[in-house]
Design a protein around this ligand. Structure first.
Ligand code: HEC
Length: 118
């Protein structure tokens, strides 16, 4: 009986680890914001003459920033121009017209707060 109990415990532990690991990756890695930037920003901030010198189609581009310097300060969403332009606290708002869904804004904020990891 004790062996069965241990086996069950081990099994639950394994399931917990397997289920938890990818979720954690998704919530903090660049993959959690890449689709948002690709759909709503990359048309103007792509490889060909990126607006404001800022590329938002690659992780490197996002971290490098644009003509105003860095757009993302890891761990500091409130100081990140990218998020301030999305929220409209620095004008003009991005995307022009300010149409990003609040769920997407939260994802970008969470990604920067968690360290803007690749
Ligand atoms: C329709 C085109 C267009 C789209 C879509 C767009 N932008 Fe922009 N963006 C611009 C232009 C043009 C500039 C340069 C002029 C300015 O700073 O307003 C700019 C500038 C910026 C800057 C300032 C860069 C710097 O260093 O000065 C940031 C940050 C930015 N955009 C973020 C975003 C984000 C994030 C998105 C997606 C949510 C986005 N933009 C979508 C046209 C666009």
């Amino acid at each position: 009986m004790r062996t069965l109990g241990s086996a069950l415990l081990l099994f639950c532990g394994a399931v917990f680890l397997l289920a938890g690991a990818p979720q954690q990756y998704q919530s903090t890695g660049f993959s959690s914001v890449r689709p948002i930037l690709a759909a709503q920003c990359a048309s103007c901030h792509g490889a060909e003459s990126p607006a404001g010198g800022l590329r938002l189609d690659t992780y490197e581009g996002v971290m490098k920033g644009g003509v105003s310097g860095k757009s993302v300060i890891a761990g500091k969403p409130d100081q990140s121009l990218l998020l301030r332009r999305i929220k409209g606290t620095v004008k003009p708002q991005m995307p022009p017209g300010g149409t990003m869904r609040s769920g997407d804004v939260s994802k970008i904020e969470a990604w920067i707060r968690a360290g803007a990891k690749q």
